[in-house]
Design a protein around this ligand. Structure first.
Ligand SMILES: [Fe+2]
Length: 338
């Protein structure tokens, strides 16, 4: 019996013939007809001289195997292109922080990252609805809110205005490489639109965030991927014993030459990697756009005693697919380190 060609091989040479879309579609139609009725037509020439000369069962088995193969292939395409990219997951994270003021033990922080928005579309609406259900105290967005090719900024801004309106003075953002590389709008104008929408952009600066009249510092650096981060400046005038959460677009902040080793924070929240978007079980993602080639691909790490979290992101970049790496909203709760 002839062995079933491999996936890639079958795309180029189906049953030894050079690939042609017309032949391919015709073949699928024939397979369905043959399996269902065993009736052959002019457009579906017989593969065997006559049913009497050869037994039916091996041919039928072959048709069934091909049908199973095609069904799996179509399911995989649907799953990777449509289902998983829209299947946003909620990841819960508990982080212990030294000297955490009492009021902060009950706060809920939502981290969003890498939305790569092209407008106020279904994905943005779904994010708003999911965030509404989480009911967070603060929302931190770690860059790449737009894609480098996003053009309809008015539509994207509608999403930002909704966030700003629903969570006034609670939404904080740092910029990513796509804000800096956008071909239609410069990062200064993007920053202006964010600010006008009621969102605070932390551009190498810090801000006290309050809960029950106590505060911690939220520190934000501009994109380390683009070399625009300045942690020393961002930490200016912060008090040593007050906890600090650092927002940076990429985990590359930890190797940044602009990141002096003596500067210490209590938690680093990042994105940028999208977790690789496609991750086969037991293998590392093959696409991670960082200098360390994926050492910090996604999830929680500890770097010199400091927790570093890398969010999968919500949107897509490069190939419009996700596999085993769903989009993510992170919910962070802080605990006092004893
Ligand atoms: Fe990025």
């Amino acid at each position: 019996m002839k062995k079933m060609p491999l996936l890639t091989k079958s795309l180029l040479f189906y049953n030894g013939e050079k690939f042609s879309m017309k032949k391919f579609i015709n073949k699928i139609k024939c397979l369905f007809k043959k399996t269902a009725t065993e009736t052959l037509t002019d457009s579906c020439p017989p593969d065997t001289p006559s049913p009497e000369e050869k037994p039916k069962s091996p041919k039928r088995k072959k048709h069934l195997r091909t049908l199973v193969f095609l069904s799996l292939f179509i399911t995989l395409i649907w799953y990777s292109f449509i289902f998983e990219p829209n299947n946003i997951q909620i990841e819960n994270l508990n982080i212990e922080v030294k000297n955490l003021p009492e009021g902060f033990e009950d706060v809920k922080i939502v981290q969003l990252s890498d939305l790569h928005s092209y407008g106020f579309d279904n994905r943005e609406k779904k994010v708003l609805e999911m965030v509404r259900q989480i009911n967070p105290d603060f929302i931190f967005i770690t860059g790449d809110l737009i894609d480098h090719s996003t053009k309809d900024m008015d539509s994207v801004q509608t999403f930002w205005q909704e966030l700003g309106r629903q969570y006034p003075e609670k939404v904080f953002v740092v910029l990513g490489n796509h804000e800096h590389n956008n071909i239609y709008i410069d990062s200064k104008s993007t920053k202006k639109r964010l600010t006008e929408s009621g969102i605070v952009v932390l551009d190498n600066e810090n801000q006290k965030i309050f809960q029950d009249e106590k505060y911690i510092y939220l520190v934000g650096v501009d994109d380390p991927r683009s070399g625009k981060d300045d942690l020393k400046k961002a930490l200016e005038n912060t008090e040593k014993d007050i906890p600090k959460i650092l927002l940076a677009h990429s985990p590359e902040i930890i190797y940044s030459p602009n990141n002096p080793k003596e500067e210490k924070v209590d938690l680093i929240l990042t994105g940028h990697t999208h977790g690789g978007q496609v991750k086969f079980p037991f293998l590392r993602a093959f696409w991670i756009p960082t200098k360390d080639r994926g050492k910090f691909d996604s999830g929680l790490f500890e770097v010199n005693g400091t927790p570093l979290y890398v969010n999968h992101g919500i949107g897509l970049s490069g190939l419009p697919i996700r596999f085993n790496c769903p989009p993510e909203i992170t919910v962070i709760e802080l605990e006092k380190k004893l």
